[in-house]
Write a protein that binds this ligand. Structure first.
Ligand SMILES: [Zn+2]
Ligand SMILES: [Zn+2]
Length: 149
């Protein structure tokens, strides 16, 4: 039988299955999200490359290194709305807030550099009612703008 599926709207403090506090980031091998920093985290054992099927929404965001439980990202529990790009994540206090880029960005140039540096993240072409304007790089909390995108 498959393990139960766990989801969280942002990086959980501990593994929902075994309560280990060592959750690592899952890197899905998509070139757009493969940043220098991710490579560094992998070498340091703080991130793992995903070994399963890479579907569009199927890919988990975190893994427990102790029990190997994958955790998927769930839609935000509550909506954090800001007038301007926030300086700090309201959930984990990280100051690394990424711009979410919609549409089909061309490879190369400034945007490519921003994505590789983790300053921006590309989400493909669809904007939904609940599409966030920014996302926390550390805990992946979605952050919304009070203006329409
Ligand atoms: Zn665990
Ligand atoms: Zn955060």
């Amino acid at each position: 039988m498959d393990k139960p599926e766990y989801t969280a709207p942002h990086r959980p403090g501990e593994c929902p299955a075994c309560h280990s506090a060592n959750l690592v980031k899952v890197i899905t091998g998509n070139d757009w999200h493969d940043t220098e920093e991710d490579e560094e985290l992998c070498r340091a054992g703080k991130a793992v490359k995903y070994d399963g099927y890479c579907g569009i929404d199927e890919m988990p965001k975190w893994q427990c290194p102790d029990c190997k439980q994958y955790i998927h990202k769930a839609p935000a529990e509550r909506k954090y709305i800001f007038k301007f790009k926030p300086e700090q994540c309201p959930v984990c206090n990280s100051r690394r807030i990424m711009d979410v880029i919609y549409g089909e960005p061309g490879f190369g140039g400034e945007l490519r550099r921003q994505i590789r540096n983790g300053e921006a993240v590309s989400w493909g072409c669809c904007i939904w009612d609940n599409s966030p304007a920014w996302q926390c790089r550390d805990c992946l909390q979605d952050l919304h703008s009070s203006y329409p995108l």
